[in-house]
Design a protein around this ligand. Structure first.
Ligand code: SAM
Length: 265
């Protein structure tokens, strides 16, 4: 079966990279590990050998039977045949937490990351292979050219730790971009301090929707300059200069005042 481009299929074959990823994950007894997009098992098989039990979520029906055949060989493998975006990670975690791993399909990596954030309280950590450029955006600091919505949203909820760079030659077929492995560890709910998650997400989305504009202009649909200043931020600043904690403070300030303050007509 040739790899399917539409499903972002680039199968890992570099043994050293696979070893490095399994070492970084470092499975411990009793942990519930869930792999997104197991494909032909490049990570699945070594993880199963090392850990003895694994749940995998795969969308490609042609890969399901070969994956099910692995069950009982090196350990207990539960195969969920579904679009990962339709999987309720909180339900999967039950009363505990899951660890998520995966060499993600790059075409839907941002939706997968946001889906994970929706369930962050039930996720102990994540180890993902992504486009290197995406990992750089996730880890970027204010002032950097690549600092944006993805940086703020991920850093608000998780620590972001780039682990290793992976060249195209590590995959079959090779992707046209460099890749990188990143570790995300959700911050404890009590430490995050976001009063209204939907409002915070809206502030960040609108602020970066027009990143060349000042916040005063970019956020004019939801609050006026005085409200931004009361949130402790210079309304003349641009989103790319504003730190994650300042975005949280601004959104909390708007949340404190009930509905976001509408601008004067
Ligand atoms: N883990 C394997 C490896 O490293 O060789 C495969 C990685 S490949 C980059 C991405 C995998 O995600 C493929 O197996 C693909 O079929 C699967 N996939 C694509 N879209 C998916 C979705 N929406 N839900 C679950 N799996 C998906």
């Amino acid at each position: 079966m040739p790899p399917k481009k539409s499903l972002g299929q680039h199968f890992l074959h570099d043994a050293r990279v696979i070893d490095d990823i399994v070492l970084a994950i470092d499975p411990r007894p009793g942990e519930r590990i869930v792999e997104i997009g197991p494909g032909q098992g490049a990570l699945t098989i070594p993880l199963l050998r090392r850990h003895g039990a694994l749940t995998v979520i795969e969308f490609d029906r042609d890969l399901i039977d070969p994956l099910r055949a692995l069950d009982g060989r090196d350990g207990a493998l539960e195969v969920i045949h579904r679009d990962v975006l339709a999987v309720d990670f909180s339900a999967l975690a039950g009363n505990g937490q899951i660890r998520l791993v995966g060499n993600l399909p790059y075409n839907i990596s941002s939706p997968i990351l946001f889906h994970c954030l929706d369930h962050a309280a039930h996720i102990a950590d994540m180890h993902f292979m992504l486009q290197k450029e995406v990992v750089e955006r996730m880890a970027a600091a204010p002032g950097s050219k690549v600092y944006g919505r993805l940086s703020v949203m991920l850093q608000a909820y998780c620590t972001v730790e780039p682990l290793l760079d992976v060249p195209p030659a590590a995959f079959r077929p090779p992707p046209q971009v460099d890749s990188a492995v990143v570790r995300l560890v959700p911050r404890p709910v009590a430490d995050i301090g976001i009063a209204d998650a939907a409002l915070f997400a809206r502030v960040v989305r609108e602020a970066f929707g027009q990143r060349r504009k000042t916040l005063r202009n970019a956020l004019s649909g939801m609050c006026d300059a005085a409200a931004i200043a009361r949130g402790g931020i210079d309304p003349g600043a641009r989103a790319e200069q504003v730190g994650v904690d300042d975005f949280i403070a601004l959104a909390n300030r708007l949340a404190d005042h009930g509905q976001p303050v509408a601008p004067m007509p």
